[in-house]
Design a protein. Structure first.
Length: 127
């Protein structure tokens, strides 16, 4: 398993989709398989930048943030047929509760070393 790392992101603007969920205690194998399939499918979509996620195994509370170039790209991902099927199963089976928040990122910064693919915001003027 690779060491954890923050997802490399471009300079803003871009869109963040924050998915906060409370997992139901059913079908962990089916959920894991669907989550892995959705990770791969999302990564191949136009406008996909990255995603990051965490879940507390004790409480089932999780947060996944996916990053997209535009809101239209994020909306297109929501409409992908396989993703729609996973959303339906999530609502019916895997989640006790969830919330989706879509936000436009206008500023971003980080501590620590930046990967070569991520620009240093101090090196170029930011809008």
């Amino acid at each position: 398993m690779p060491a954890p790392a923050l997802a490399p992101l471009p300079e803003p603007p871009y869109v963040a989709v924050v998915f906060t969920s409370l997992r139901a205690a059913v079908d962990p194998e089916g959920y894991a398989a669907a989550a892995a399939a959705m990770d791969g499918l999302a990564a191949g979509q136009p406008g996909y930048l990255a995603h990051e996620g965490v879940r507390d195994p004790a409480t089932g509370l999780g947060i996944t943030v996916s990053y997209w170039r535009t809101e239209a790209d994020a909306r297109a991902w929501k409409a992908v047929a396989d993703h729609r099927g996973a959303q339906r199963l999530g609502s019916e089976r895997w989640y006790a509760d969830y919330r989706v928040v879509v936000a436009e990122v206008t500023r971003a910064y980080r501590s620590g070393p930046r990967p070569p693919s991520e620009p240093d915001p101090g090196s170029e003027p930011s809008t």
